[in-house]
Design a binder for this molecule. Structure first.
Ligand code: NDP
Length: 453
């Protein structure tokens, strides 16, 4: 059987085995199809049934989370932890609290995490977890009671040499604090079982900034390769959470002009540059919406959600040189990429996980727009989480500068690995293939060496 037929067979059976898990299927399809040149050049992966094995999580844990709301009523949510692959190290990956969370989303994120973690060059396996709980509109006490209930089950499955979760959408410093407190109460142990911890109790400096900073460092490496730079580039950023805020901060540091941000209600267009301190005040301190930012800053334009193009998003219809999708999956569609291209955008740099739809990605490829896939460009967060684990193991805390220098070096190595792999497989600059092949090869070779387990 040819390698292409082998991939098609696996994808067909995956569709049957996981009905309705569209995002998981989308992520798997993208990875497997890009592996074709590797599979054609090395028959071991087929011989050892690596594709059949790598698409199945080692363990998927689904549990009930019951908690009491402020009116005294019992509420119920689903909790998940998908421990996808531990071939190169303990499972590592964030927790997402968002109403859209289901098993398919957890599996897509866990699957992507395997290759992302491998690309960092660090010893970390892939996992992901979360809940369909929505922290928005809940009181602090409700969030605390939910986190305590969630950890009351999760603690049985994690450990510093086993599985070390972190934050993701809806899980920031507050949630990590409540989760850690409950873990300590249940086990009586002060262990580094979560990353993204507070700086007073085992957290790493620059972890909060790491994904956004790392995404911009990655873009810088990519542009430099083609004798371009970030200087004076107008950058459209989506989202206004952790990744977006620190992408905007680093863009300013490196001389670019971030002109937008967005949330689930609307988009801010600030032609002369986003007011970062206003954004941090609204999002990090008041946990408000961007409508509030618009009321603070009179120079900007606020485009509410209902004014979005029918099949696209206002943020990608603004004139810009570079796009930094930093909100969520499938947020950049075919109509969006066409508008970006028309407006002269030269690079799409994914800060979020899988924000680009498959048809938009096809358009990017056929029009030779530079493209940084999320699993490479947003790997700075998980890499710095691993630095947090190293600091915990040695009971030390490094300076902000020390962590930032390491982060910059790691992002540069990730770019180099993805780029050089693209050259090795004769698709120079196709970083989707470069990143997927490099990450897969490391994990698959480890699986072969460890036998049929
Ligand atoms: P946050 O929760 O801090 O922020 C998410 C932002 O995206 C918010 O502005 C939110 O708006 C917006 N958003 C979320 N879902 C939707 C939606 N369905 N439609 C429109 N807007 C939406 O999350 P992060 O910044 O941490 O994560 C952003 C992305 O980056 C995710 O894809 C995540 O998986 C990825 N990522 C994060 C890492 C990290 O270290 N935090 C590491 C690697 C990847 P609103 O507040 O209105 O909901």
């Amino acid at each position: 059987m040819s390698s292409k037929m082998h991939i098609d067979k696996i994808l067909n059976s995956l569709e049957e085995m996981s009905p309705g898990q569209n995002e998981f299927y989308q992520a798997t399809q993208e990875v497997l199809l890009s592996l074709l040149p590797l599979l054609e050049s090395d028959s071991r992966y087929e011989e050892y049934n690596i594709l059949e094995r790598i698409i199945v999580p080692e363990r998927s844990i689904i549990f009930r989370v019951t908690w009491i709301d402020d009116s005294g009523k019992v509420q119920t949510n689903f909790g998940y932890r998908v421990q996808f692959n531990s071939a190169i190290g303990p499972y590592k990956g964030g927790l997402r609290f968002h109403p859209s969370v289901n098993l398919g989303i957890m599996k897509f994120l866990g699957f992507e995490q395997i290759f992302k973690n491998a690309l960092t060059g660090l010893q970390i396996g892939g996992g992901k977890g979360g809940s369909n709980f929505d922290p928005k509109g809940k009181s602090d006490n409700e969030v605390m009671r939910f986190c305590q209930a969630f950890m009351s089950e999760l603690y049985k499955h994690i450990g510093k040499h086993k599985d070390v979760p972190a934050g993701d959408i809806g899980v920031g410093a507050r949630e990590i604090g409540y989760l850690f407190g409950q873990y300590k109460k249940l086990t009586g142990e002060f262990d580094g079982i979560l990353t993204g911890k507070g700086l007073n109790w085992g957290g790493s400096k620059a972890r909060k900034e790491a994904t956004g900073y790392g995404s911009v460092y990655f873009a810088e490496n990519f542009l430099n390769k083609y004798d371009k730079s970030l200087q004076d580039k107008k950058c459209a950023v989506s989202g206004s959470g952790n990744v977006a805020i620190y992408t905007i901060e680093k863009l300013y540091d490196l001389g670019a002009i971030p002109i937008s941000c967005s949330d689930s209600k609307g988009t801010i267009y600030h032609k002369n540059g986003i007011d970062l301190s206003a954004l941090k005040a609204v999002k990090e301190i008041h946990h408000g919406s961007l409508e509030e930012y618009a009321s603070l800053s009179c120079e900007c334009e606020y485009i509410p959600l209902n004014k979005y193009p029918k099949d696209g998003h206002a943020v990608w219809h603004l004139p810009c040189d570079i796009a930094f999708p930093s909100a969520t999956q499938n947020e950049l569609t075919l109509s969006d990429i066409k508008a970006l291209h028309k407006n002269g955008c030269i690079l799409v740099n994914e800060g979020a996980n899988m924000p680009t739809t498959p048809d938009a990605l096809e358009y990017i490829k056929s029009n030779k727009i530079l493209f940084s896939p999320g699993k490479a460009a947003n790997a700075g967060g998980v890499a710095t989480s691993q630095l947090e684990m190293s600091q915990n193991a040695s009971m030390s805390q490094w300076s902000f500068e020390e962590v930032d220098i390491q982060l910059r070096g790691i992002m540069s190595n990730i770019f180099k690995t993805a780029y050089e792999t693209s050259v090795e497989f004769e698709c120079e600059g196709d970083l989707v293939s470069g990143a997927n092949i490099a990450g897969f090869r490391k994990v698959a070779d480890s699986m072969i060496e460890q036998g049929a387990v």
